[in-house]
Design a protein around this ligand. Structure first.
Ligand SMILES: Nc1ncnc2c1ncn2[C@@H]1O[C@H](COP(=O)(O)OP(=O)(O)OP(=O)(O)O)[C@@H](O)[C@H]1O
Length: 554
């Protein structure tokens, strides 16, 4: 509960986390506000142009200087509104890219298995996008709404204090309506956002799992689930629209009422038919000025009301982003420089996945010396992969301590900056085979990529393909067999010139001859590195200096 409140509060300031970003956003929003205030001043000049023109015509004098003033003031208004939107959009783009970086980093560092990919995708794409209107429109509108009406009111008061009092009098119910409407809209908008996030998360997850859905004939069931989620979004959107319609109707009512009251007062005052004694003598020029300016009193507040939905969206989204950030593990340890094979100590380490009620692996006690090759063995589920995931910061240690060259892993976050890793279920990105291998080292020359591909036994697979290394893969690695995907992941790890090598079942599902060839490659790659290999293969375990049986330890 406390966390929720904290997140909600963090949500009220979606861009405060990165200081330089916040400063850039703050100054752009201020610039945008100044332009909106400039619009209010230009509106006063425009009204003065109308009033002056009318007076000139009434006196038979040339009205063109006043017409010119109207044209200049009108153009200034258009420029101010355009500039304000431009500045706001630029500030929003800066804030969004900073937030997207933070969200993506937090998403990558989430404990393994927590949260669906679709939800993460929704966070990085949709939820960050929801900040746009808050910064581009709401922030400048809020600041301008506090000052611009007062500027307009002061100008009206100079021409007609009574008209100014009428406008002030209608302001109280207007603000009441805004508060009521805002409160109702906030709740509906949060529900709509939650439903939208659920739908996009569900959709992305189902697209990823399409082959499984088709293989198990789950199309009808999944289509129904998606349909249900879509219907929920539609229903909640309708509720948001209903509240928005009611609130804008009431706001328009008060704005129109204030202008109408000023018009009635000005009309009766000019005719001398007022049923009460007015403390001023209104003439045609001042009446025109007041009438032309009266709608401008409410314009900044209407702009604010229109942007209020943006604020609700941003608060909901940033509360979700803050929760995502909080779930991420500590920052990756860029600070720890490891250039030679490191020593790693697991000191009575217990790993438990978030939300689980039993340990994935308990009381691990391993001292890995620099340059040593350790084979982690044990039955399926004994925790071999979990130990590697712990080093990569993908899952936290429940108890015990891990150190790398004496530095606590808790502080450095992950060994990723100085480790090469080939996981059990290799993840391939959409792109060529070479692109996927080059993830290990972005500046690797084509010849190096080709050499490492050949070393891991991909040559046969490549010669069968027209495109060779440039053959395109989809995001599932479609076009490669399971064994070939594993080899691409191994090639990627070997290409990275890292002093720590972490391999998870690198020879799984290979026939004996292919396994023997790959073991020879791995043995060569192990020279001069600290290596931890999770494996079920006794042949692979045989190249290790030491075999640690996690099944026996459990
Ligand atoms: N993301 C996760 N969330 C919850 N529990 C998990 C998660 N990943 C693994 N586990 C559990 O942790 C335990 C250890 O799993 P792990 O994958 O580390 O075992 P393993 O020895 O590598 O197995 P295998 O040999 O089958 O690869 C298992 O009981 C598994 O169910």
């Amino acid at each position: 509960m406390a966390a929720t409140t904290q997140n909600a509060r963090a949500g009220a300031h979606p861009v405060r986390r990165g200081r330089p970003t916040a400063l850039a956003v703050g100054s752009a929003a201020r610039g945008s506000t100044v332009l909106l205030l400039g619009d209010a001043v230009a509106a006063i000049l425009f009204a003065a142009g109308i009033a002056g023109g009318v007076a000139a015509l009434a006196r038979g004098m040339p009205a063109w200087p006043w017409a010119l003033l109207m044209v200049v003031a009108g153009s200034a208004r258009a420029a101010a509104l355009w500039g304000s939107l431009r500045l706001g959009s630029r500030a929003a783009a800066t804030a969004k890219s900073a937030l997207r970086r933070t969200a993506a980093r937090a998403a990558l560092r989430r404990p393994s298995g927590s949260g669906s990919v679709g939800a993460l995708l929704g966070a990085v794409v949709d939820e960050v996008e929801a900040i746009d209107g808050y910064i581009a429109r709401f922030l400048p509108a809020r600041q301008a709404a506090a000052l611009a009406p007062m500027i307009v009111l002061a100008a009206i008061a100079l021409a007609s204090p009574v008209a100014a009092l009428i406008l002030l009098g209608t302001l109280i119910p207007f603000i009441g309506a805004m508060v009521l409407a805002g409160g109702a809209a906030a709740d509906q908008s949060r529900r709509q956002f939650d439903a939208l996030a659920r739908l996009s998360g569900l959709f992305a997850d189902r697209v990823r799992g399409l082959p499984v859905i088709l293989a198990f004939q789950g199309e009808a069931r999944e289509t129904e689930r998606l349909g249900q989620a879509a219907r929920e979004v539609a229903a909640r959107t309708m509720r948001v629209l209903r509240v928005a319609f009611l609130s804008s109707a009431s706001l328009e009512f008060f704005a129109a009422l204030s202008v109408a009251l000023v018009a009635v007062y000005a009309g009766f005052a000019l005719l001398g038919q007022l049923p009460f004694h007015a403390p001023e003598q209104l003439d045609l020029v001042r009446a025109f000025f007041v009438l032309a300016l009266a709608p401008e009193f409410y314009a900044p507040m209407r702009r604010l009301a229109a942007a209020y939905h943006d604020r609700q969206m941003a608060e909901t989204a940033s509360a979700r982003l803050a929760a995502l950030d909080a779930a991420g593990t500590p920052p990756v340890g860029e600070g720890l420089a490891v250039v030679a094979a490191p020593a790693i100590v697991f000191d009575h380490v217990t790993i438990r996945y978030p939300g689980e009620d039993r340990d994935a692996v308990g009381d691990v006690l391993i001292e890995v010396r620099p340059g040593e090759i350790i084979a982690l063995v044990g039955p399926s589920g004994s925790g071999k992969s979990s130990v590697l995931h712990l080093l990569l910061g993908l899952v936290p240690a429940q108890e015990g301590r891990v150190t790398v060259n004496g530095a606590p892993l808790k502080e450095i976050g992950s060994v990723a900056p100085f480790a090469a890793w080939a996981g059990q279920a290799p993840v391939l990105l959409a792109g060529s085979i070479a692109d996927n291998i080059r993830l290990g080292r972005a500046d690797a020359a084509p010849a190096e990529v080709a050499a490492v591909a050949a070393a891991v036994g991909l040559e046969g697979a490549l010669t069968r393909r027209v495109g060779g290394l440039e053959e395109r893969l989809d995001h599932r690695g479609g076009g490669l067999s399971g064994g070939e995907r594993r080899r691409v992941a191994l090639a990627r790890a070997l290409l990275k010139d890292a002093p720590l090598l972490l391999l998870d079942e690198p020879t799984a599902h290979l026939d004996a001859a292919a396994e023997a060839a790959l073991i020879a490659v791995i043995a060569r790659a192990c020279v001069g590195r600290t290596v931890i290999i999770a494996t079920h293969s006794t042949a692979l375990a045989a190249i290790a200096d030491r075999v640690v049986d996690l099944g026996a330890a459990a």
